[in-house]
Design a protein around this ligand. Sequence first.
Ligand code: PMV
Length: 324
Amino acid sequence: MIIASAPAKIILFGEHFVIYNQPAILASINKRIKIVSRIALENKNTIRIETNDFGKKTYPLSILKNTDHNSNNDFFYPIIYILKRIVQNTEKINGIDIKIESEIPYGVGLGSSAALSVAAVASIYGLYNRDSKKNEILDLAIETEKLIHRNSSGADCVISTYGGLMYYQKKLNFRPLKYSKKLNFIIINTGVKHSTGELVSVVERFRQNNFTTFLKLSNKVTNICNNAIEALEEGNIIKLGKLMNENQILLDQIGVSNKEINKIIDMSLNYGAVGSKLTGAGGGGCILSLINQEKKEYFLTNMRRNGYECFAITIENQGVKVKI
Ligand code: PMV
């Protein structure tokens, strides 16, 4: 039996622009997805996938040889794809049981599909005795995530694999960042699921119609990220919050924010957040608010009183974990 887990993520700065080669700053958080895989003792001819929130499904083992499996509406297809890639040269395959337990809300910008891909690759590699390195896990996880979101920058899989607080630029240019003060973040879930692919298209259309503006906004994002690196090192929470607010204005300009998000952000700032922005693709999803420790309880109580689901998170230093 192999247990692997991988964390969710937040994007502090730079979502969307990261697709166009601007830097982003992101962090893994203390919510994980766990995947337990084992060779089935009974059911020798099936692959059984069971989840804590999306029910279960059984496939015949022959699906691993099937090239015309219709993957479009199959939520579990990424798991089948990973299995296909890992066992493709294995002569005899037994049945497989896979159990998925997730603490990550799905489809709201917290990187659930990347964490699923990373944890599944790590767990299934382990099952077939592959002593895989993090970079191998990452490569196959990125390939898998692209089935879900074709134009992905790869950022979500990188942070879920390596963990911590990170500077990221496309083509897998990334490095850990230092921060000198505990960062108190609150996530507010709008409850509105989004399609990352559709929102990425919204931004692409904006870019095509407003080329010069987009270039200017992109330069601003780069400056924001550079200033944020300094603020993190200095432990300057107020400066960090201001930069989040500036980043939010840019996200609003490219069309991925909306009335509800803006309303929640205004409310967050009124209840004492030092900075607040959408995190991830937008169009719904989650809002990230930075708060001073002494305001945390007041903030949570009031946001909940207004009917919003919100929770405090911390930065998680560990990325993917594997246990045999
Ligand atoms: O909402 P999410 O978790 O899918 O985050 C997407 C972040 C984007 O920058 C919009 C896309 C990407 O691939 O980086």
